[in-house]
Design a protein around this ligand. Sequence first.
Ligand SMILES: NC(=O)c1ccc[n+]([C@@H]2O[C@H](COP(=O)([O-])OP(=O)(O)OC[C@H]3O[C@@H](n4cnc5c(N)ncnc54)[C@H](OP(=O)(O)O)[C@@H]3O)[C@@H](O)[C@H]2O)c1
Length: 170
Amino acid sequence: MPTLSIYVAVSQNGVIGREGHMPWKLSSDLKRLKVLTMGKPLVLGRKTFESFGSRPLPGRPHVVVSRSARFEADGVETATTFDAALKRADEIARSLNVDEVCVLGGGEIYRQALPLAGLLHVTHVEAEFADGDAFFPAIDPEIFTAVQSEYVPAGEKDSHATRYVIYRRR
Ligand SMILES: NC(=O)c1ccc[n+]([C@@H]2O[C@H](COP(=O)([O-])OP(=O)(O)OC[C@H]3O[C@@H](n4cnc5c(N)ncnc54)[C@H](OP(=O)(O)O)[C@@H]3O)[C@@H](O)[C@H]2O)c1
């Protein structure tokens, strides 16, 4: 059974987005995200998909969730419930023989995915943001344990230093 994995970058006070975008620039993190998710199915909310300019990320099948049955976009599949999106992404993972379904947000989708996720790939952004409007829930240490942790200093194209942590469900 493919693992359901969440990929998220989150500030020290739980912020993941502001006015439809991420309030930081983390080029190194996006590069790692690309490597780790390449070839794997992605599940994402309609608002996050629009934050990408309504274009799919190359090399990864997308299932975009919207309650509107009329929502459609070039190069992606759509689902009108979160459960249907997971089911379809699971089928895609099996057909491609990959072991992971990747949840890419945003806040509304993460809230629904967290109770089901086996792995969390979390980029902890070493800053607080006062004016965020999308959030990631606190990670309960009784439910998830950190199995890998790496400090990443801010590179030339990064606005902040980060800590990349993989959490596994206990
Ligand atoms: N820091 C990070 O790692 C990260 C990652 C991703 C996104 N973000 C940020 O997060 C923000 C967007 O998050 P968000 O919470 O506002 O939106 P979102 O989760 O991306 O999308 C919400 C939309 O998804 C659809 N949806 C959600 N649950 C559904 C369900 N059960 N069934 C059917 N459709 C469902 C609805 O679309 P309809 O309205 O069309 O029905 C809903 O309006 C942006 O600021 C983005 O930049 C940050």
